[in-house]
Each structure stands twice: as structure tokens, then as C-alpha cells.
Design a protein around this ligand. Structure first.
Ligand code: NCD
Length: 305
């Protein structure tokens, strides 16, 4: 039995296969419409979500399966003090696969240790978010035709932004990747991520605070929201929340083929005027997210189509 906790749980070949399956699902949805009949996906969400939870549910429903779950800790037995370990033992009796989001780093890993069904980490605190990474990779590959040979800017809250951490991990394994990390000093990448970068001498990176200066050289700009819920005090959040706002003026500094991604939800960091720019691809990302989660559910359930 397999779980997905970090993108590194999948080999590069497996990532390729997932993306190929997702592409096939887009072309031939009817082939996949009943393959999960009789199977149940549990969505165990201890933290708010729109896209991730609904896209997992849509993925399972479009495979012919069913879903159940909770969307806030207060409506589960966590409110009575039940541990994640006990909850997953219980859910293992009812469902065939589970997606868990938790505000505590590592909670889905604990669940995986006690689970009798595959567990997918749907975001754990400020740590990792591997299925958002699958979505990001699929989108970059679909638009750029490749995943290596790329200069990728990541901008915003690189400290608490789990989507950033997972995407870096996944991209480290491709050739010729260079990163430009754009953040205020307080929101720089955590040390454990810097150490992972140093362990890959083939990958280069720079850390800067000004977005304008680096925009012209990027192939991909990955914008992120300042993660309010992970701040210790509101004052710091208020001071940093509008540090970067991508608007049409800044977009005029970028190359004509640079694409803008964002895991969403967006707050103020991308001005709505950018939405109509053909380089803004964050809503395509959402659509891809459902297809790649369909492919992932099939892989973890061991269903060949
Ligand atoms: C992200 C997350 O939950 O980490 N959202 C998502 O799943 N698409 C990004 C965020 O909340 O800022």
C-alpha cells in the first residue's frame, strides 16, 4: 500500500505516467467514468479549503466513485479530542482511500502510519502540499512542453507556503533548473529547504527582495499568498500582506512567454487586471488539478485502465 506525503514519494517516471494518464482522461473521459464504482474516497479536512477538497471530490465522482468526509475540525471528533491516529483507524473501516489536510505539519504522516488505506497529504501546515505540485507540474508541462531547462521565480510567502516547498522538491530532480526566490526577509525559504537545494549542486538559485528586477528573465512566475493563518501576530501579517502586488505595469516587464501561476486562493498579490493577460494561467491550473487527482487516485488504488 502506498501513500503520498511529499512529491518525492513518486519517481520522475511515475510523475510522467500520472501526467500521461491525466492527459488521456481529458481526451477520453468516458473510459474512466466507472472505473471507481463501489469505491469511497474520504476527505478529512481539518483546515479550510475550496479547490483541493472539491477537486478531490470531483475527481472521485468523475471516476464513478463516491465521497464522504468533513471540511472542518469542529465537525469531526477532533473537537472531542480524538487523535489523528484513531480517526484514520476508524476511517479505514469505511473508505478505500483518504485525502487529509491538517494545520499541523506531519499529521498526515502520522495518519499514514496507522492507516489501512492509502492516505494522500492534501496540505500539512506550512510543510508540503504534493497534489498541488502535481497540478503545477502538469500545467507547466502542458504550456511549456517540458519541465527541465527553466528559470522559475517564486514570489511571496516562501516561509509558510507549503505549495512552494513541494514544487521546489519536485523540480530539483529535473535538469537545468534555476530558481529565483523573491520574498521579504522575514518570509524567506526555511533552512530545511535551503539545505535540500544545496544537496543538488546542478540546481542554481538566488534570493532577492525586488520582483521588478528579475521579471524579464523568468520562464515561470509562481505567485503565492501571504499565509495569514500561520503568523504569530496580526501586525506582522498586515505589514507584509501587500509586499508584492503583480499588476499590468509589472507584467509589462516580463517576457511574452513567461507564465504566471498561483495555487489560489489569491488575495491581493495579483491584481485582477492581470487575469485577462494571456500569460496568466492560474485558472487553467485548477482544471488540471482535478484530472491529475483522478490519475493519482487510480494509481494509489492500483486500478489499471
Ligand atoms: C494552497 C494551500 O492550501 O496551501 N491552496 C491550495 O490548495 N490550492 C495555497 C494557499 O492556501 O495559499
Amino acid at each position: 500500500m502506498r501513500h503520498l506525503m511529499t512529491p518525492l514519494d513518486l519517481t520522475v517516471e511515475e510523475l510522467d505516467r500520472l501526467m500521461e494518464t491525466a492527459d488521456d482522461i481529458i481526451i477520453h473521459p468516458e473510459k474512466y467514468a466507472h472505473v471507481c464504482e463501489g469505491r469511497i474516497l474520504a476527505t478529512l479536512f481539518y483546515e479550510p479549503s475550496t479547490r483541493t477538497r472539491l477537486s478531490f471530490e470531483a475527481a472521485m465522482l468523475r471516476l464513478g466513485g463516491r465521497t464522504m468526509g468533513f471540511s472542518e475540525a469542529s465537525s469531526s471528533s477532533a473537537a472531542k479530542g480524538e487523535s489523528v491516529a484513531d480517526t484514520i483507524r476508524v476511517v479505514s473501516c469505511f473508505a478505500d482511500i483518504a485525502a487529509m489536510r491538517h494545520f499541523k505539519e506531519g499529521a498526515p504522516m502520522v495518519a499514514a502510519q496507522f492507516s489501512r488505506i492509502p492516505v494522500i497529504n492534501a496540505g500539512d501546515g506550512g510543510h508540503q502540499h504534493p497534489t498541488q505540485t502535481l497540478t503545477d507540474l502538469m500545467t507547466i508541462r502542458a504550456i511549456k512542453g517540458r519541465l527541465g531547462g527553466m528559470k522559475i521565480g517564486m514570489c511571496g510567502d516562501l516561509k509558510f507556503g507549503r505549495t512552494v516547498h513541494s514544487l521546489i522538491r519536485a523540480l530539483l530532480r529535473y535538469d537545468n533548473i534555476s530558481f529565483v526566490f523573491v520574498s521579504p526577509d522575514e518570509l524567506r525559504l526555511p533552512d530545511y529547504m535551503i539545505e535540500e537545494l544545496h544537496a543538488h549542486p546542478g540546481v542554481s538559485y538566488t534570493e532577492v527582495t525586488r520582483l521588478e528586477a528579475v521579471l524579464p528573465e523568468l520562464d515561470v512566475l509562481y505567485m503565492t499568498r501571504v499565509q495569514r493563518e500561520r503568523f504569530f501576530n496580526e501586525e506582522d501579517y498586515v505589514r507584509l500582506k501587500d509586499y508584492y502586488v503583480l499588476d499590468s505595469n509589472k507584467m509589462s516587464l516580463a517576457g511574452k512567454d513567461m507564465i504566471v501561476l498561483h495555487p489560489l486562493p489569491r488575495v491581493n498579490e495579483i491584481s485582477v487586471e492581470v487575469d485577462n493577460d494571456p500569460r496568466a494561467r492560474y485558472f487553467d491550473q485548477v482544471q488540471n488539478g482535478m484530472y491529475i487527482r483522478m490519475a493519482l487516485i487510480l494509481m494509489l488504488l492500483g486500478i489499471e485502465v
